[in-house]
Each structure stands twice: as structure tokens, then as C-alpha cells.
Design a protein around this ligand. Structure first.
Ligand SMILES: O=C(O)CCC(=O)C(=O)O
Length: 331
């Protein structure tokens, strides 16, 4: 199916605030040791949901690290308040990929206590994809609209998103909801509208939406084609979550690195991981290029003018070809 099969310039955009999730996510911990059943559930339903999947100590460390930034830099929580009650101060000048968060996700994912769980998800040893969004959303803060991850991230089939809860997140704190079983009909994003090509009303079954009262340490894995969105935070606390990705440790498709040189149809990068080293990848009109602003897809024709040596990028490769080149990697 084409990336932009839907072309409806006059359609009404889907409004995530109008969705009421009437279903509960099924906890999949009992499937972890049965790879076939785990894969079947994922392919049938478009998600996996694990309760208390990450070790309590590793979650507490990541929580404390994120809340220290929320307190010291943004003043939206009192120092030392592990329950993340909102101070009432608006969240300003914030980026989900801000460098102040660097390292928190890596310490969580690479903690030895979490390796067995992550290995079971991947079916082999897992390593981190160097893309993370750190969320410390106060009541009335940002609400992620309905989207399908794969639409924005070609090559995502080779890795798994890992949405992780660091402070208990009952549904009024605004966690994720997703459309169960709606990952089998391609992309619903509307090519008839400007980027980010919002999904129109009427394509996603309104009875398919499910969510949960999330607890610290829970992990949700969302299929690249599953429509999902955040719910509004109407509580008195911050929503403290991070979304990162994991991939095969032996054959990592995604890596971060610094641009050494470019030609009109190739890029050479020095990967941060010395085991990957220096690599040249071909670039073409289907490469998803967002090297200057992570929310703007660039025109391939001018690739060699706006991509410059020294840029620090995330690359996803398929063999010798770059499927994605993206800025903003501060994992
Ligand atoms: O946490 C959010 O608000 C959005 C997360 C998300 O869409 C994702 O992890 O794919």
C-alpha cells in the first residue's frame, strides 16, 4: 500500500479528544516465555502490554533523574516529590529531546536487570535505538494526536518502540490509548492535507480504542501501523513517561553519528559506536530526511546543500541504503 493512499483535502481531521476508549489493554506478561504466542498476539492485536516490566530500581532512578530536571529547570514539580504533583507552573521552553535528559534512557535500557525482558521482546539480545522522547507533561499540557509511527519512520519494522511509564499514570493522567486490531489496513494518514498529514475522521473503528491505568515500570509496545494517541491530562500530577526504541544488538539498523561528507545521493557518517565505525549509505527520494527540524521532511533534490559535515544525526539503514536521516538524537 502506498504511504499516502488517502487523499481527502476536505476531510475533517480526527479529534483525539473526542475518543472514549472503552476497552482495556490485555496484560501480556504471561506470554513472555512463549515466543510464538507473543508474536501471534502482537500480529493479531497490534500491541504488547507488560505490567512492571522494568526493574523497580532502574525505574526509580530514571524517575528521579527526570523529576530532578522537571524541578530544577522547569519548576513544575517540587524537588524530591516522587509522586510528581504539579506545582501549577506552566511548562515552557521544553523539548522532549532536550540534551539535559541525555543518558537517562540509555541507563534504563542498558541496566542489566532489564536485559532478559528486552531480549524476550526482540527474540535476541537487544540494544537501544538512539531516539528518545522524554515527557514531563503537566495537566493541560501537550496531547499527542492520533498517528501511526511507521508512517513517519520508514525502517521502523526493524526495531520496536518501547513506551515506558516512570510514575503511576491512571487514565486521567493522560497516557496512551490505541486502536486494537486497526493495524492491518495500511496507513490512514491523509495525503490530501499538509504535513503532518492528519488522519481523517471515519477510518478508525471508534469501538477499537483501549487503554489502561498504567503503573510505574509498565511498558507498551505499539505496532508501526497501530493508530494511537495520548489522552488529556486532567489530574493534578505530571505524566512522566519516555518513549524509546530497541533493536537487534547483533544487527542494529539504527545508529547515531556525525556527518563526514555528502554527495547528492550519498552520506558518510562516523558512527558514535566504534563497532559500526565509518559508513557510507546511499540516499534517494524515498529516504525520510529530517536533518534540520525533526518535524519537517526535507526535499531530496537539495540534500547535499542542507546536509553539512559536523551534523549529528540518527540514521536508519537497510543494507547500504539510508531509509531515515534525522536530527535531534540526545538519547
Ligand atoms: O507519549 C506520547 O504522548 C506519545 C508517544 C507515542 O506516540 C509513541 O511512543 O509512539
Amino acid at each position: 500500500m502506498s504511504m499516502l493512499a488517502i487523499d481527502l483535502p476536505d476531510a475533517k481531521d480526527m479529534d483525539s479528544l473526542a475518543i472514549t476508549p472503552r476497552r482495556e489493554l490485555r496484560i501480556c506478561n504471561d506470554l513472555l516465555d512463549d515466543r510464538e504466542a507473543l508474536n501471534r498476539f502482537y500480529e493479531d492485536n497490534g500491541y504488547l502490554f507488560f505490567r512492571h516490566a522494568f526493574s523497580p530500581a532502574s525505574i526509580a532512578r530514571a524517575r528521579d533523574e527526570m523529576l530532578a530536571i522537571a524541578a530544577d529547570k522547569f519548576g513544575i514539580v517540587k524537588p524530591g516529590d516522587a509522586t510528581a504533583q504539579w506545582t501549577g507552573k506552566p511548562l515552557e521552553n521544553f523539548s522532549e529531546e532536550g540534551p539535559e535528559f541525555s543518558g537517562i534512557s540509555k541507563r534504563l535500557v542498558e541496566d542489566p536487570s532489564n536485559q532478559a525482558f528486552l531480549g524476550k521482546i526482540m527474540g535476541e539480545n537487544a540494544s537501544m535505538v538512539p531516539i528518545v522522547q522524554y515527557r514531563i507533561y503537566p495537566p493541560g499540557g501537550p496531547v499527542t494526536p492520533v498517528h501511526q509511527d511507521g508512517f513517519y519512520s520508514p525502517g521502523i519494522e526493524d526495531y520496536r518502540p518501547v513506551w515506558t511509564v516512570l510514575v503511576d499514570c491512571p487514565r486521567n493522567v493522560g497516557g496512551l490509548m490505541l486502536a486494537v486490531g486497526e493495524h492491518k489496513r495500511g496507513y490512514f494518514h491523509n495525503g490530501g492535507k499538509a504535513a503532518p498529514f492528519p488522519i481523517p475522521e471515519g477510518f478508525v473503528d471508534p469501538d477499537s480504542w483501549a487503554t489502561a491505568d498504567y503503573e510505574a515500570g509498565d511498558v507498551l509496545i505499539v505496532h508501526p501501523y497501530t493508530p494511537h494517541a495520548a489522552m488529556p491530562n486532567t489530574s493534578g500530577q505530571l505524566r512522566v513517561t519516555l518513549d524509546t526504541r530497541i533493536q537487534s544488538a547483533a544487527n542494529p539498523a539504527a545508529f547515531s553519528g556525525r556527518v563526514v561528507s555528502v554527495t547528492p545521493n550519498s552520506i558518510t557518517l562516523d558512527a558514535d559506536d566504534p563497532e559500526i565505525g565509518r559508513l557510507t549509505l546511499s540516499v534517494d527520494k524515498n529516504t525520510y530526511i529530517r536533518v534540520r527540524d525533526r518535524s519537517v521532511r526535507e526535499n531530496f533534490a537539495d540534500f547535499a546543500s542542507y546536509t553539512v559535515p559536523g551534523m549529528h544525526l540518527l540514521a536508519v539503514r537497510n543494507g547500504e541504503r539510508a531509509t531515515t536521516l534525522r536530527c535531534g538524537t540526545n538519547p
